[in-house]
Design a protein around this ligand. Sequence first.
Ligand code: PHE
Length: 448
Amino acid sequence: MAKRDSFSGRFAVLVALIGSAVGLGNLWRFPYLVGTNGGAAFIIIYLFFVFVLCTPIVFSEFLMGRRTQANTFGAYKKLAPGTKWNWVGLIAVISALCVLAFYSVVGGWTIDYLIKSLTFKFTTADQGTLATMFRDSVSSVWEPIIYLILFLGFTCIVVAKGIKGGIEKFSKMVMPLLFVLVVAIAVNSLLLPGSSKGVEFLFKPDFSKVTADTVLNALGQAFFSLSIGCGTIMTYASYVSKKENISITASLTSLFDTLFAMIAGLAIMPAVFAYGISPSEGPGLVFITLPHIFAQMPGGSIIAIAFFIILFIAAITSSISLLEVPVAYFKEEFNMSRGKSVIICFFFLLALGVLSSLSQGVLADVKIFGLNFFDLFDFMSANIFMTGGGLLLVLFVGWKLKKSDFMDEMSNGGTLKIKKWFLEAVYFIVKYVAPLVIITVMLANLIK
Ligand code: PHE
């Protein structure tokens, strides 16, 4: 068998993993959640979840991929041969496709808006006009589908070129730019008169706003932001060298993802407050409110371009990591070439994406369980596949995999000097704490 493709070193793995983690979730969801859930109070809870609960889960996904050097389905098959556990690997594949089915539609919107910013379309500061512009763009039939095809096509080209030649090369090129641009916009926002209110909104702890919902939101966001539970980490880790230190690489991923979320908050909220706007949720903030602000800001047309470049890079690097999950699965389990596997995924995702896209307009009334296609894919991936997949993953690593295998993989066969108490603590969290917390959250969401 031909040698499996791999990342060339730690920097390559890191930029790819951070590219997966940093996405639309960091840019519009995080700042909003912080602001409406008690500022720093939310951040403290979020940090706790990210580093204490979720990073050990990231370790688990990582070690399974690295140990087996296989796609998600193959990984479970290798570690638990002759059992039904490989179905969990298949859930990861479905979950990645499900996220992509709506994520790539929004990815298409980012291209649309990048082009709009490059052609200076945000000259009006009238929010009504901008809102109509957004609604018209996303609800029309062909325009968003064409951008969807562009976005998916671009994602497929990078993935088709393989790990070293495609994903690694592309991530190394765009991820540093992503950080530079977001820092530049944050500095600019902080220099606006009246920006301090936005900083206060983000960082002033207000524990009176902390409710059970806050805790649920913080955990859900940590899961989504770290890309846990849909096989992206496991799949990328399967291309990682046996010499890599899992605890360091995975912790750095969590750290940079969180850092980026904070900087994104500083880029967005101070500007929102400087222009006296109340922060609103979801796509509206990014595609309506921000263009409204850019139109009034000195140098705003340049900032708008930089911002939509950020949004595009954030979306595409996440989509690339998601696409690699089914591509690796088809390639290895059905013995296909990478190219053929990418083409199959492209057409399949195009069909799902077109349904999501049309559900913003002509198919708005077609509902399954009361949700249109876009919301259905969103809901199923966040609430069923990602959390369910995450739960089954920790149950597998904590209860099915041998503890000695866990310790062996985390310490590279005992060659790394990692404190024993640290590994024991991580193991304890994966085995007992994580399943309990995830089950509690799932039940809480069900009751809601
Ligand atoms: N973490 C990405 C974000 O914050 C989303 C994502 C989820 C990417 C799952 C890959 C896998 O937007």
